[in-house]
Structure formats: C-alpha cells, structure tokens
Ligand binder design. Structure first.
Ligand code: FER
Length: 253
C-alpha cells in the first residue's frame, strides 16, 4: 500500500522546499502527476489549491503541492523571491518527482504560480504534458516593464531598491528586474500540449485580458471564463472543480 499523503522536503541548491504528495487510490508511482504552484504571498495549503488538487485526484492524477522560495514553510526570504527563483524551484521539483518514477507530468498554478507554471512548461515542453492555469498572472512582466506593480508606480528604467508589497511586506528591486526580463509570449509559442486557463470575470487582481491574449498564443488552449468568480475562486469552487475534472478526463493518458 502506498501512502496517500506524503509530506516531503525537496532541495533546490540549498533551499528546502516543503511539499505534499497525494496519490489517488491504487496509484503507486505509475499514475500521472500534477505539480501545483501557489501565488504571490500565498502558500500550498490555501483552500482553492486544495480544492483544485482534490478534483485532479478524482480523475486519477497524483498531486504535489509545493511551497516556493520565500513562501509557506519553504526556505528563503519573501523580499528576495523572484520569478527566476520560482522557476528554478519548479525545475527542481520536476527533477525530484522524475527521480521518484513519475514521468507523466503536468503543471498547474494559481496567479503568479500560474505564470511560473507556464514559463517552466515552455522550458521543458518535452517533459510537461499539460497545463492547468488558474487566474495566471501573465500581466506581471508587462506591469514590471510599465512601472506599475501592486498599485505602486516606479520608473521602469530606474528600478527602486525596494517596493512595498502586500501586508507590510517589501520586495527587492531584483524582483522587478527579473520580471521585466520575462517573455511569457515566447514560452506559450513553445508549448504544444493542452492548456486549460480558468479566469473569473470578477477577478480584480489579475486582468482577464492577459489570459485572453495568451490563450490565443497557445496551440491547444481552452479559456474558461467563470461568471461572477473572483481571484480566489471563493464564490463557485465546485464550478472550478467541474472544469478541472472535465479537462483531466479529456487529457488523461
Ligand atoms: C501584481 C499583481 C498581482 C503583482 C503580483 C500579483 C508583484 C500576484 C498575485 C498572486 O499571485 O495572487 O502587481 O506584482
């Protein structure tokens, strides 16, 4: 019998990443696996991520929820996290689960985690079979280049040493420098597998327009616009789960 839930620590070049691997009934390493990434200032145990993962397991996918650099129970300081560090973490998680025998791999992410899932899939299009992006924050590189992040305006050609983030936190200027260098559009063109993008039309954190723009760039992308839904899928979580289940059934190997 395999454990149904296995907490683990995955190392990325000295940074300890906390993760939970959960397997559906009867799966011992031979089942497909979805790696789920949380958003900015969030963590792997938030209710909407638990709900998304539960829906995936109902269709026979194992799930691994990971806390990324500077978030949740993982190492690193929040102010020093960047998209590059999160991509590196995701590559390390992929290597780790491949070492455990999981080869049929999918990525999913919420908001900033959705952006990172998409960027990583574009780097390993031969290893990642599909993507489930929930309110992906595709606008972060655009906003960093425009000089407007989290409602804070700055000169994009003279990036400040630090910018205010949420809840009294601060972000180093390197977060912005990295975000300015990221090209989400090119990564979409490189990934040919199936993509599901879920986006609430009452999301006031991440604009729906960026999901619409990016959906058109993927070879095989379904954009599900959820009426009345917010950034955190707190109005109709069961509808989010239905959409994920339908997609999982469609793509299941
Ligand atoms: C921003 C808007 C949204 C931003 C980050 C986010 C750093 C990410 C939100 C999330 O992951 O939930 O301006 O800048």
């Amino acid at each position: 019998m395999c454990p149904m839930r296995q907490p683990m620590i995955i190392h990325d070049d000295g940074i300890a990443l906390a993760a939970d691997l959960e397997t559906p009934e009867g799966c011992c390493g031979a089942c497909p696996l979805v790696i789920l990434l949380h958003g900015f200032s969030s963590a792997r145990n938030r209710i909407h991520t638990l709900q998304a993962a539960a829906a995936m397991r109902e269709d026979g996918f194992a799930t691994l929820r990971a806390d990324l650099y500077g978030h949740g129970e993982s190492g690193g300081e929040f102010s020093k996290h960047t998209l590059y560090k999160w991509i590196s973490n995701t590559l390390a998680v992929i290597d780790h689960v491949r070492g455990m025998g999981y080869t049929d791999l999918y990525l999913s992410g919420h908001s900033q985690g959705g952006l990172v899932a998409a960027l990583t899939a574009g780097m390993e299009p031969d290893r990642i079979r599909g993507l489930v992006l929930r309110a992906p924050a595709f606008m972060i590189p655009r906003c960093a280049r425009e000089g407007n992040l989290l409602g804070f305006r700055f000169d994009p050609d003279h990036v400040p040493d630090s910018v205010p983030a949420l809840n009294g936190l601060a972000l180093d200027g390197n977060y912005i420098r990295v975000a300015q260098a990221v090209r989400a559009e090119e990564t979409a063109a490189r990934f040919k597998g199936p993509v599901l993008i879920l986006h609430g039309d009452e999301d006031d954190v991440v604009p729906l327009e960026d999901s619409q723009r990016m959906a058109a760039l993927y070879a095989d992308c379904e954009l599900a616009v959820m009426p009345g839904e917010t950034h955190h899928y707190d109005r109709h979580p069961e509808e989010m789960q239905d959409l994920i289940r339908a997609f999982c059934r469609k793509i299941k190997p």
